[in-house]
Ligand binder design. Structure first.
Ligand code: ATP
Ligand code: MG
Length: 251
């Protein structure tokens, strides 16, 4: 059970190549961190994994549990078990958090979930994530703080229980509370059934969520891989240290 990305070359429609051959394998039960400086291609990889049509894959493959999703549309990928945070970042006026969660759950099912069953599932997950029940009555993302958006995102993750979750923590304005919400949520949901790929350019979040695997991306390539100690090294040396090392080893 795994997400296998092989030799991914990606460009923006009509633009230059951004990813120059990325290999990455995330197995169920593992937590990975993808790190890299601004503009290194992390979000491009996340968008490509989800099948965002603005990103053109010119070479390589994306396979989930043996099923080739390279050409699949985003819906198909979601149904196959890939979850992407901020898939629906927009405010949806008139749609409460609870209703949105029901739509999201039903999108992955043949038969709509029964009202009672949905209510029980929502309550269970809110309890686990320590979310105030009042929260689900609000309209999705309307006037939400950064922390509340994160709460909705993690609740969605808990409700959908995907096999692979990609969390692109692009928000540089993420305060410590929001960071805690994401980390606590991920730690709560970690286990043999979830493979997580946490994308960030800060090492901060990794103090709360210790990944088993760390990948460092520079200029559209993964240049270093290791365990959690790699994140510590990064915190000490910064990306410039890695960049210098890579340049030196390239001769
Ligand atoms: N839709 C797009 N149109 C044009 N250029 C793009 C597009 N998306 C990404 N790029 C370019 O690709 C490169 C990688 O961007 P990307 O957003 O993947 O970086 P990132 O690693 O996620 O950065 P950050 O840490 O700031 O989120 C950048 O030079 C960016 O300008
Ligand atoms: Mg990004």
């Amino acid at each position: 059970m795994s997400l296998e990305i092989e030799n991914l070359h990606v460009r923006v429609e009509g633009g230059d190549e951004i990813l120059h051959g990325v290999d990455l394998r995330v197995e169920k039960g593992q937590t990975h961190a993808l790190m890299g400086p601004n503009g290194s291609g992390k979000s491009t990889l996340a968008n490509t994994i989800m099948g965002n049509p603005n990103y053109e894959l010119t070479e390589g493959s994306i396979v989930l549990n043996g099923e080739d999703l390279t050409e699949a549309d985003p819906d198909e990928r979601a149904r196959a078990g890939i979850f992407m945070a901020f898939q629906y970042p927009a405010t949806i006026p008139g749609v409460s958090v609870a209703n949105f969660m029901r739509l999201a759950v039903n999108a992955g099912r043949e038969e709509p979930i029964r009202v009672k069953e949905f209510g029980a599932l929502l309550r269970k997950n809110m309890e686990m994530l320590k979310i105030d029940p009042q929260f689900t009555k609000r309209y999705l993302n309307e006037g939400f703080s950064g922390g509340e958006k994160k709460r909705a995102e993690i609740l969605q993750l808990a409700m959908l229980r995907p096999e692979i979750a990609v969390l692109d923590e692009t928000d540089s304005g993420l305060d410590i509370d929001a960071l805690r919400i994401v980390s606590d949520g991920v730690n709560e949901l970690r286990g043999p059934d979830l493979g997580a790929l946490i994308i960030t350019h800060y090492t901060r979040i990794l103090r709360y969520v210790r990944p088993e695997f760390v990948h460092i991306m520079l200029d559209g390539r993964i240049v270093r891989e290791g365990g959690a100690e790699l994140a510590d090294q990064l915190e000490a040396e910064g990306y410039e240290g890695v960049r210098a090392e890579v340049a030196a080893s390239a001769g």
